[in-house]
Design a protein around this ligand. Structure first.
Ligand SMILES: Cc1cc2nc3c(=O)[nH]c(=O)nc-3n(C[C@H](O)[C@H](O)[C@H](O)COP(=O)(O)O)c2cc1C
Length: 354
């Protein structure tokens, strides 16, 4: 099985879509598939100019001698064509769109009826199938509606079955260190999709759903995203976005609340106050009741547990640069109140998908 992945992100090195794609490809390789990824960002692909030379004067051959003729050969030669694209304006990126338009030489110009619509048949006999992989920024799966619709048409017009859709909303969360355990579930599903595509010739609905499922609730994700933008616009990171690392206490604490492990809490009713000094001074607290954890700014009266920490210390713990327990032993941060609650923090935050 030859898998050709067409990667359409304009930032392939920092790409969320790439993370899913490479897990998927690992899964296919585990079943003996051969894989190749083409990064469109590095390719010279002229826009189609609609001259139809590839249909009339030189059938199957485009006027442009850029990187596309070689890619057309690869497309013809593969068993599964994987389209990997971030969602841009409800659709694929311009890079991928340009690539797709230049597939025109592979079609025959005649109009042939198929079911209730006319389409262009393939110029060459094919046995190819397709997989779509995409991530988007917003937290709802409905943002992919347009892209999915387009791919349904591509499937129908080209007669190339779409055998898997790996669509992940809120894709930026894939790089959030604080959500590592949640992310693991999505990566495993992407790998499993690769296994299934080779073994069963299609990705199961269960696996697709696992990837579609929001990592955190949409409201929590939106709040975290807004905190992230604020911290980069006017906050402590001063317009220097970094990948993955958590640099803002509010984002860290909001993220913790979003990944609260409700079953581990049982009927716990507590408040946890953070009195933060150092680079990012402030007071924030968690209120835990009815199996929910909410995040608030300011001070709560008589907290069950109070954690007094420089922001740098808790951020280093969150970014796994230092060990939390050791930092406590070494007096890098202090806690007062219910110390058994301090011991439970690890199990209460971040160990299951909401
Ligand atoms: C120009 C542009 C358009 C975008 N359009 C959308 C959109 O329509 N809907 C959405 O949810 N996210 C949108 N996003 C966010 C990206 O889809 C999201 O960040 C994605 O995970 C980026 O993938 P990548 O890291 O693989 O490039 C857009 C981003 C950019 C830069």
């Amino acid at each position: 099985m030859k898998i050709l992945a067409i990667q359409g992100s304009p930032r392939p090195k920092a790409s969320n879509t790439e993370i899913l794609l490479q897990e998927f490809l690992k899964g296919t390789r585990s079943q003996g598939a051969e894989t190749e990824t083409i990064y469109l960002k590095d390719k010279d692909i002229h826009s189609c100019v609609g001259c139809y030379t590839c249909w009339a004067k030189t059938p199957g051959i485009c006027i442009f001698k850029d990187d596309m003729p070689e890619l057309l050969e690869k497309v013809r030669d593969c068993d599964i064509l994987v389209y990997a694209t971030p969602l841009y304006n409800f659709n694929m990126t311009a890079l991928l769109k340009a690539f797709q338009e230049r597939l025109l030489p592979l079609l025959d110009p005649h109009l042939v009826k198929s079911g209730d619509v006319y389409r262009h048949p393939q110029r060459y006999e094919i046995n190819r199938k397709m997989v779509l992989i995409s991530t988007c920024g917003f937290p709802e799966i409905s943002h992919f509606d347009g892209l999915r619709h387009v791919f349904r048409h591509i499937e129908r017009n080209g007669g190339v079955p779409l055998i898997g859709e790996l669509l992940m909303p809120a894709g930026e969360l894939l790089k959030q260190e604080g959500l590592r355990e949640h992310i693991q579930g999505v990566l495993q599903a992407a790998y499993r999709a690769g296994v299934e595509v080779i073994r069963d010739q299609r990705v199961s609905q269960e696996t697709e759903s696992e990837i579609k499922k929001p990592l955190v609730a949409p409201d929590a994700m939106a709040e975290m995203a807004n905190l992230w933008w604020d911290s980069h616009l006017v906050g402590i990171t001063q317009g220097k976005p970094t990948q993955g690392e958590i640099e803002d206490m509010r984002l860290l604490l909001r993220g913790m609340a979003a990944t609260f492990n409700s079953p581990a809490a049982g009927n716990l009713e507590v408040t946890i106050q953070f009195e933060v000094t150092g680079k990012q001074t402030g007071d924030w607290f968690f209120s835990i009741e009815n199996g929910k954890c909410t995040y608030h700014e300011g001070k709560v009266e008589s907290p069950t547990l109070t954690i007094k920490t420089p922001s740098e210390i808790w951020l280093s713990i969150a970014n796994k640069e230092i060990d939390g327990q050791q930092a406590f032993m070494e007096g890098k941060y202090a806690a007062t109140g219910d110390m058994s609650l301090l011991m439970r923090l690890r199990s209460l935050f971040g160990s299951q998908k909401s």
